[in-house]
Write a protein that binds this ligand. Structure first.
Ligand code: NAP
Ligand code: MG
Length: 498
């Protein structure tokens, strides 16, 4: 990981930075076929950053044809695993060499704090890509126990042309979660970043070309969900779509697949994740720190944000005092200032939506224990709202902002019932000193990841994804992610004599 620069150095870099604006299709940077563009804006300042190619179905068709040709002629899918690995590892080196520039670009475009970009997003991008690249020449296929008169092989083959449609909350990281296993498996990719956060994906395309990823293998089609996402979803020649975003949009991709070629669909969707704190939880300061991180990290723009604190009555007041204390560390302000832990919400529209929940909290007369304020520059203070019932709107809807709802419960059983009383099932945390209870809770909560005495998402070695309406069809990360970009083929060979 690169060392951090100073605030002044980041400002100087931001003032000078060259921002990409063209789509990347079949190995070329090009404008949209229609010639249209859309503006990329810095949410913290309102400054115009770039006019980016606004592609549509025509550009998607060109990109899918290029990806198909590249897949079929084997320039990537049939490359020796060692060579695919070497190219992806070269890309890791180039990302590291360009870390400051990528970090500034990410921060300017999304409002994310520069410290997170430098210490989390970029190192994790590299780590994810490296992990899957290293896997390429270490996976073995299987033979089946079919007796001595035959031999049967079960082999994995790359699934083909993959469409990926991404959200804006972790632009580089979500890109890595998709492109790393997809390219490692030997597929070709047609990818649409979220319109709000396209810049770093285009920069990665430039670095991928420099690393030696052949033309047609990695295509970035910039534009809106309607103009680019939908044609990818409906395309007859896309073999699989991997999507991360809201549950509402994810649902559309199942319709697109049903209406077109029954492409495989993998969805990573929203969450309304519980943090359960039982009254025997130890080291309350650490619990409070973890609860704050769960609720406020990345401005709460996090699918696995712990946005519901489900706390046993006996410990509630003490825990809230400590949360108030540690929330002071979550300073909000200019994303380029390394001192700030939180930056701006991603855009004005999302800022307004999150702020409407603050209005709701006041109208409903909840106890606003902390925060509740907004300021110019799409900034929202970390906010804690107590006295919430789990059935209330604020506890059921994914806000995607730094707003924590506090729900008191009498006992363990009520805590589990409340935790599960949601349409989502992405992640959950439980804090207790009782090992038996912690494991019972881990079994009882219907969520893809359950962390005990900490908040987190596991790491690259563990699958990440959701139960219920938080996901569909697969998991990101770990070897499971790699597998979902492959098809299984059975090859049966007759060995009988005579
Ligand atoms: P979103 O509105 O669903 O957008 C996600 C992507 O879908 C964007 O690229 C968007 O394009 C595109 N899209 C929008 N409408 C479409 C349509 N009709 N057809 C095809 N594509 C369409 O979600 P978001 O607001 O960007 O992201 C936040 C959501 O992502 C939250 O719900 C969060 O929980 C979820 N998320 C989940 C995970 C996970 O791993 N489970 C991780 C991160 C985020 P535009 O460019 O037009 O917006
Ligand atoms: Mg932007």
């Amino acid at each position: 990981m690169s060392d951090m620069l100073t605030y002044d150095e980041y400002k100087a870099l931001a003032a000078d930075i060259q921002l990409p604006s063209l789509a990347y299709i079949n190995g070329e940077f090009r404008p949209a076929a229609s010639g249209k563009t859309f503006a990329s804006t810095n949410p913290a300042t309102g400054a115009h950053l770039a006019d980016i190619a606004a592609c549509n179905a025509d550009d998607v068709n060109v990109a899918v044809s290029a990806a198909r040709e590249a897949f079929e002629d084997g320039r990537w899918s049939k490359l020796h695993p060692n060579e695919r690995k070497a190219i992806l590892l070269k890309l890791c080196d180039l990302v590291e060499a360009n870390a400051h520039e990528l970090a500034v670009m990410e921060s300017l475009d999304s409002g994310k704090p520069i410290t997170d970009c430098e210490t989390i997003d970029i190192p994790e991008f590299v780590h994810t890509l490296k992990w899957h690249a290293e896997l390429v020449d270490k996976i073995y296929d299987q033979t089946a126990p079919v007796g001595s008169d035959a031999m049967s092989m079960i082999v994995r083959e790359p699934i083909g042309v993959v469409g990926a449609v991404l959200p804006w909350n972790f632009p580089l990281l979500m890109l890595a979660w998709k492109m790393a296993p997809c390219l490692a498996a030997g597929c070709t990719l047609v990818l649409k970043p979220a319109a709000q956060t396209t810049l770093t994906t285009l920069k990665i395309a430039e670095l991928a070309a420099e690393a030696g990823v052949p033309a047609g293998v990695f295509n970035v089609v910039s534009g809106s969900g309607r103009e680019v996402g939908e044609p990818i979803g409906l395309h007859m020649d896309v073999d699989m779509v991997t999507f991360t975003g809201s549950t509402a949009t994810g649902r559309r991709f199942l319709n697109y697949a049903a209406e077109s070629n029954l492409k495989k669909v993998v969805l990573e969707l929203g969450g309304k994740n519980p943090c359960i704190v039982l009254d025997d939880a130890e080291r309350l300061d650490e619990v409070a720190e973890q609860v704050c991180a769960a609720a406020f990290w990345n401005m709460g723009e996090n699918c696995s944000a712990g946005s519901r604190l489900i706390v046993q009555e006996g410990i509630k007041d003490e825990l809230l005092e400590r949360i108030k204390h540690f929330a002071k560390d979550w300073t909000v302000g200019d994303p380029l200032n390394p001192e700030n832990a939180l930056g701006a919400m991603v855009d004005k529209g999302h800022f307004t939506k999150v702020a409407s929940y603050l209005d709701l909290a006041r109208e409903e007369g909840y106890d606003i224990v902390l925060g509740g304020d907004t300021s110019e520059g799409c900034y929202i203070q970390p906010t804690v709202v107590a006295g919430v019932n789990n059935s209330d709107k604020i506890a059921q809807e994914e806000i995607f902002g730094p707003i924590l709802s506090v729900i008191s419960v009498k006992d363990y059983d009520e805590a589990i019932a409340v935790a599960n009383d949601t349409e989502y099932g992405l992640a959950a945390s439980v804090f207790t000193a009782n090992a038996r209870k912690s494991l019972r809770a881990a079994q009882a909560v219907r969520a893809g990841t359950v962390t005990v005495n900490c908040f987190g998402e596991g790491d690259i070695t563990t699958p990440f994804g959701g139960y219920k309406q938080s996901g569909f069809g697969g998991r990101d990360n770990s070897i499971h992610a790699h597998d979902q970009y492959t098809e299984l083929k059975t090859i049966w060979v007759d060995l009988s004599e005579g």
